[in-house]
Ligand binder design. Structure first.
Ligand SMILES: O=C(O)c1ccccc1NCC(=O)[C@H](O)[C@H](O)COP(=O)(O)O
Length: 292
């Protein structure tokens, strides 16, 4: 496992973050922030619906539509839009952004789901951000953190998230398996994130994986290459939701990932830097229409 090997060479950025997470004391929420969402909408179902609608839109175009008018596919776009104020790779992105107004703007623009950073130290987010967003939006919310301990999953549940991220590179085999089971037993969906062929094989050897995220960002070095998702996503078996993550700076690249079979594309920095997420989404849909 790359993050924990500590081999000689350039510093492994993820390993340092994993160590910090393991050392962190369990976070607790104020009473008023917990138990905020009676029904958790399913991330899996939302992405499947959005992907089917996108496909139906393509078929309508191929059956004679002109592609000049771009109607909404009607079930949200297969985009998971992320609230992220800063990141270890980019530094400050939108440090004073209000999480709820961003998430509402994403929902209005047609995102099928939103992802919210729960980590304060590296990303400027918080569990309270996730709770506030989950109270405000109707779409599924992904609790975005480097999850290494069960208490983080309890926290994700408390704040009303639908799903948590499990990064294969950050977790030894037994811990990955047990966290996956822990989340499932508590009614939370998981996004199992991989970056390499070997990590994909590790993910596929697990029981109960419903969403695989292919991260284009190498979390050890922070290098980004969107060809990673194009290469790995087609290897994810049918029946598992395929999410392409990171580095989608332009709408065309989102359409390219959809074309490669992505059921969803996770976009953070580009949307946080944009005044108008709707324009980005519409651009992705237009690019998709041009590929018909
Ligand atoms: O974004 C980082 O610098 C980062 C560093 C270390 C661990 C995780 C990191 N990012 C988490 C993500 O998965 C991205 O926030 C997400 O995929 C969106 O990426 P982007 O559209 O490139 O902001």
């Amino acid at each position: 496992m790359r993050a924990l090997e500590g081999a000689a060479g350039p510093p492994d950025r993820l390993a340092a973050m994993v160590q910090a997470k393991r050392a962190a004391r369990p976070a607790t929420l104020q009473e008023s922030q917990a138990g905020t969402r009676p029904v958790r909408p399913s991330l899996v179902a939302a992405l499947r619906r959005a992907r089917q609608a996108l496909q139906a839109y393509r078929q309508a175009l191929e059956a004679g539509g002109t592609g000049t008018a771009v109607p909404s596919p009607g079930a949200g776009l297969p985009i998971v839009a992320e609230v992220k104020r800063r990141s270890p790779s980019a530094g400050d992105i939108a440090p004073s952004a209000d999480a709820v107004s961003r998430a509402l703007a994403y929902q209005r623009a047609g995102a099928a789901a939103v992802s919210v950073l729960a980590d304060e130290a590296f990303f400027g987010g918080s569990p309270a951000d996730v709770a506030a967003v989950a109270r405000a939006v109707a779409v599924p919310v992904l609790f975005k953190d480097i999850v290494v301990e069960p208490w983080q999953i309890d926290l994700a549940r408390q704040v009303g998230a639908s799903a948590v991220l499990l990064i294969v590179a950050a977790l030894e085999e037994d811990r990955l398996r047990s966290l996956l089971r822990y989340a499932r037993d508590r009614g939370l969906e998981t996004v199992v994130e991989v970056h390499t062929q070997r990590e994909l094989e590790r993910a596929m050897a697990l029981d109960g994986v419903s969403v695989v995220g292919v991260n284009n960002r190498d979390l050890a070095t922070f290098e980004v290459d969107t060809r990673t998702a194009l290469r790995l996503l087609p290897q994810v078996p049918e029946g598992i939701v395929r999410l392409a993550e990171s580095g989608y700076a332009a709408p065309d690249a989102v359409a390219e990932a959809w074309e490669a079979g992505a059921d969803g594309v996770l976009v953070g920095e580009a949307l946080m830097r944009s005044e108008d997420p709707g324009a980005f989404f519409e651009g992705a849909l237009r690019a998709w229409a041009r590929r018909a």
